[in-house]
Design a protein around this ligand. Structure first.
Ligand code: GLP
Length: 204
């Protein structure tokens, strides 16, 4: 089974067990095949709440990505869709916490927009993007201007999620995935903090 079908299965299982589940969702090119499958899945999202990991600051590119890739095609209630705000951690806690968190990984080992140097106890905040991240995201978006800052959940926000699924595809991700999984835990590779979580599934 492809990594994308496995991810759909995990989301389906989460929604079967708990139709009101809180899902944390990622953007990025890695997620596009997954959202294509979800559009066709017939899954019932009507009671679920979604919380995206990050957004450019200021900006709404990730909201537009999510609308086009997923939200306009499935029965998600627009009132149950969330994007980061400075009180996001409180909003998530008040909603009962995240049941399933989908993550991609940056070539430099970032998760959400927790760039190298992010601390394990970081929470939702405004962050400076790495030059390498802005360059790559610009290339993936037809040379679009990428803002220097973003608002992103923190490493601690991610580690609070009950279950985490990380998707990574392609040779350019190999080194980041290996460092994240097998190197000593370090803020040089924020994805390595996932080693401290009890329920992470890597789909690579
Ligand atoms: C992006 C996002 C991350 C994403 C990662 C990988 O900039 N902020 O949430 O997982 O970088 O992106 P891609 O899937 O395009 O390689």
């Amino acid at each position: 089974m492809s990594i994308y079908r496995q991810a759909v299965e995990l989301i389906a299982q989460t929604l079967r067990e708990k139709p009101t589940a809180n899902l944390m969702l990622a953007t990025g090119s890695t997620m596009e095949p997954l959202y294509a499958l979800l559009r066709e899945s017939g899954l019932d999202f009507s009671l679920a709440k979604t919380f995206n990991l990050d957004e450019y600051y200021p900006g709404n590119q990730f909201r537009e990505f999510m609308n086009a890739q997923l939200f306009e095609h499935v029965n998600i209630d627009a009132n149950k869709v969330h994007f980061p705000t400075l009180d996001y951690d409180e909003v998530i806690t008040a909603a009962g916490g995240i049941d399933l968190c989908l993550l991609g990984i940056g070539v430099n080992g970032h998760i959400a927009f927790n760039e190298p140097g992010s601390s394990v106890d970081s929470r939702t905040r405004i962050v400076e993007l790495d030059a390498s991240t802005r360059k790559r995201n610009s290339q993936l978006n037809d040379g679009a201007d990428i803002p220097p800052r973003a608002i992103s959940v923190g490493v601690a926000t991610i580690l609070d999620c009950k279950k985490i699924v990380v998707l990574a595809n392609g040779d350019e991700k190999r080194e980041a995935v290996e460092r994240a999984r097998f190197s000593p835990i370090s803020s040089d590779c924020p994805a390595s903090f996932l080693q401290g979580h009890a329920d992470v599934q890597w789909l690579v």
